[in-house]
Design a protein. Structure first.
Length: 286
């Protein structure tokens, strides 16, 4: 029972990690809270369903949805956020909230207000690990998240592009004076983060067999809380906070039977971390 709850919690936390990684990457580069990121998560789910119905291939649907959402992320950065960088930080934040709300309404107008079934079949085995069952969808979530984490680590740690991303994150003006094209680095960061969010949306749609216009509402709030807990611009911190929250939601509420709304845990954790460790779990002071 305990091990099964841990597996379920890691599965939930893996989806949170895919969302918060992109949010932390964007904050690290531009120091803005990209609230519309959760809207891209919703778009990714709908596009994944559309491409799956059109092609009959889940892998093709995932690739196409991630690609389109990457372009949407670049467009948001180029035409909305970039012109607003000269204004105080709350201005891009309000713009992000406006885009997020608009995305939900557009999805409702186009696809309707009711949930749509996502009947994709995952051709993976059901595993029994020490008495805990891992469903095909959970296995897909684990594999996808692991591949994304490895890709993100390799990109940022082992490539020149990753070096440019880190330099831009630390000091954009100094990076530009060194010959780094910060606009391209920022665009790539938005593209990657948006692609990760789209993947998360598809995986959630498959796992719960539904997509709906408001599916990004709670991830929008939780992801903001999680990057604060993890350390704002710290991608490893965001991943760690996501996994811990996923396990806490299943263990404390499902296993320990604590009478607390599951969705409140992220915000309780955020308040505690702000009080005890304001820089976050893996964040740096200053």
């Amino acid at each position: 029972m305990l091990w099964q709850q841990l597996v379920n919690g890691i599965s939930i936390g893996s989806v949170y990690a895919l969302i918060t990684m992109g949010l932390a990457m964007v904050y690290g580069i531009l120091r803005i809270l990209h609230v519309a990121h959760a809207g891209i998560y919703t778009i990714g789910a709908y596009l994944g369903l559309y491409f799956f119905e059109a092609t009959g291939s889940l892998s093709v649907a995932i690739f196409l949805s991630m690609s389109v959402c990457a372009l949407i992320g670049i467009a948001m950065q180029r035409f909305v956020y970039y012109p607003l960088l000269r204004f105080p930080p709350f201005v891009p934040l309000i713009a992000g909230i406006a885009m997020f709300l608009s995305i939900g309404e557009i999805c409702r107008l186009i696809a309707g207000p009711y949930p749509l079934s996502f009947p994709a079949v995952v051709y993976l085995p059901t595993l029994n690990v020490w008495g805990a069952f891992i469903s095909p969808v959970q296995l897909l979530i684990f594999i996808a998240t692991l591949l994304v984490l490895l890709f993100q680590w390799f990109l940022t740690s082992k490539t020149n592009l990753g070096l440019m991303m880190r330099a831009t994150s630390q000091d954009m003006e100094l990076a530009e004076s060194s010959g780094i094209n910060s606009k391209k680095v920022i665009a790539l960061t938005f593209a990657l983060g948006s692609a990760f969010a789209a993947l998360a949306g598809i995986l959630v749609g498959i796992n719960y067999n539904q997509v709906y216009p408001a599916m990004g509402d709670m991830p929008a709030y939780k992801s903001l809380a999680l990057i604060v807990v993890g350390g704002l611009s710290s991608v490893p911190g965001a991943v760690l906070a996501s996994l811990l929250l996923g396990m806490a939601e299943t263990l404390l509420i499902g296993y320990a039977k604590i009478p607390l709304p599951r969705d409140a845990l992220a915000f309780i954790a955020m308040i505690i971390v702000i009080l005890l460790k304001p820089q976050g779990l893996l964040g740096r002071r200053g």
